[in-house]
Design a protein around this ligand. Structure first.
Ligand SMILES: [Zn+2]
Length: 216
């Protein structure tokens, strides 16, 4: 039901804020509507503490309002482009976590160094080519860099993660942030290592299998 989806978006958005993955009213959370032809998304410029399911805006994948008076997130185009490109995605979370954003500022992908990264996210977390916030170009770049995986870094900006529902997409955001933090710590001294290539290939197969079965 739409109301349950909207409540799930509010819960994930508030949790994202409370966990420090964004500040102010930055970041946004969306879910694919039941009819597969629209999305519910957080509004622009509403404080997370004040956010209620009634504030969630329903828009087309091009960001055009379908119902409600609120202004949809300025990143609606990016969310919509992901839903259009990835039929398996039911929810999207865009955030500005500190360590993952630091990697995005370096425009450096998070390499593959632990098993859970491949099984849950599909492998390395790539960095999309830079484009201004809210632009159509950013939407295209995010889709291209995400590929078949479940998280991507947005150059000089933040993260985008996808999932089966808003909480799942938030969990993938947490995992991305955790990986970035570990990698930055490990890289402070020489000798940080990647997972062996053969292991990554085998685990990538497992990821694809799980994705085809509806995900982990
Ligand atoms: Zn942002």
């Amino acid at each position: 039901m739409a109301s349950e989806l909207k409540s799930a978006i509010v819960d994930a958005a508030r949790t994202m804020y409370n966990e420090g993955l964004v500040v102010g009213s930055a970041g946004n959370v969306s879910a694919r509507a039941e009819n597969d032809e629209a999305m519910h998304i957080t509004p622009t410029r509403v404080r997370y503490a004040d956010l209620t399911p009634a504030d969630i805006v329903t828009v087309t994948f091009d960001g055009d309002p379908i119902e409600s008076d609120g202004l949809p997130s300025s990143e609606s185009l990016m969310h919509g482009a992901i839903y259009a490109a990835r039929q398996d995605v039911r929810a999207v979370v865009h955030a500005h976590p500190i360590h993952a954003s630091a990697m995005a500022v370096r425009r450096e992908a998070i390499p593959v160094f632990v098993d859970e990264q491949v099984v849950y996210l599909g492998g390395a977390v790539a960095v999309s080519a830079y484009a201004p916030a809210a632009s159509e170009e950013l939407a295209d770049n995010a889709v291209a860099a995400l590929g078949e995986r479940r998280a991507v870094l947005l150059a000089n900006h933040g993260t985008l993660a996808v999932g089966h529902d808003p909480e799942d997409a938030l969990e993938m955001t947490r995992l991305t942030e955790r990986l970035a933090q570990i990698w930055l710590l490990a890289s402070m001294r020489p000798g940080a290592t990647h997972l062996p290539r053969g292991i990554v290939e085998a685990e990538t197969e497992l990821y694809r299998m799980l994705q085809n079965e509806g995900g982990v």
